[in-house]
Design a binder for this molecule. Sequence first.
Ligand code: NAD
Length: 410
Amino acid sequence: MEIFDSALSFLEAAGERLGTDKKEIGKLKKPDRVIELQIPVKMNDGSTKVFNGYRVQYNNARGPYKGGLRYHPRVNMDEVKALAFWMAIKCAVVDVPFGGGKGGVEVDPKKLTERELENLTREFARKLAPYIGPQTDVPAPDVNTNAKVMSWIVDEYSKIAGEFTPAVVTGKPLTLGGSKGREIATGWGGVVILREYAKKLAMKPAETSVAVQGLGNVGYWFAKSAYDLGFKVIGLSDSRGAVWSEGGFDPEEVLFHKKQTGSVADFPGRETLSEAQFFARKVDVLVPAALENAITEENAGRVRAKVIIEMANGPLTANASRFLIEKGIRVVPDILANAGGVAASYLEWRQNLDKQSWAEKQVLDRLEEIMTRAFDAVWELSQKEKIDMKLAAYMIAVDRIVRAMKQKES
Ligand code: NAD
């Protein structure tokens, strides 16, 4: 799979540049453990259906395995392995004390009733219970899973553990130990990176235009936080269309329009564009925050941004990324830019372990510290080594993971 091959090529490049022992890099090319489960589920019509479930525990040198659970018909072991590796790298880039993991079930959740989905999740949780726990492996929501799915897992796990154990997963509802600020966290974390990067490049917020592809959770909170810091948000899009205004938008008003009409398109008095036109417009900062592979070899040539901040996971294909960087466009990699999500998960876990509930401001301030420190480290290394930020981020992550692995062995 392209994502895993590309991640492994960065692992090798980072290892070579760091002068890391090849044996250590070799160890990081394979996960610690792969778990494959059969999940029999009682369906509403009385029949029993068996689903395939996976959990990959990639590396725990720096702390418990950490990563989401996705429900999707195309979930498979290869994909889960790649995503688990990515989580190990991401946690190390922002220096939160977690390793990497990922899991999922091969299922189309839209074809299940709520009750069937609950039966599936509870059975999956019972089967996963021997392998997960607050100090061993901490799942979270991912594609098609949410706070409700997490609450079923907490409930099943707590029954087996004999005590209420909210720290077994993150991304829970607030009433079950979820964290305030979680919804905002990924977008806000990305804007902290934007703010710090703009300072380094001497770009003043009021003179810096931003376009965000994908006005979902991440994209909206990115656009709103950037707007609140004084950046000029001039382009916004969703799966049904895009809107553009050189004068700028208030993202809250565009979201209101989207809620009324189902899309950002046709926002009154502004220009509606196609996806191709959106990517080809001149803008200072382009933020793909929708899905993977949004910018490929096909459309990369038309991009006229100065900076790209990867808020989605893998929104640039490896070739597109290489092409854009060679063209002089600065790319902030997803493993740094969207790591506010996992950093907020760490803060949720911390609150659960300490039996505390922090105010939203406390969560967002801690997040700001984590993201600023991570940005500074990546920026400084990229400047010192004269390399792009992606390779710098990989070098920092690989160095941290390998050092932890070696310390455990010695
Ligand atoms: P979401 O479902 O809330 O939002 C996705 C948005 O993208 C929707 O508004 C959708 O309309 C839009 N979209 C889909 N296809 C599009 C297209 N072709 N053009 C323009 N817009 C399009 O999802 P999200 O939680 O915001 O996640 C977005 C991305 O960020 C994903 O890649 C996800 O893996 C990544 N991510 C999310 C988090 C998090 O905390 N939610 C953390 C890290 C990374």
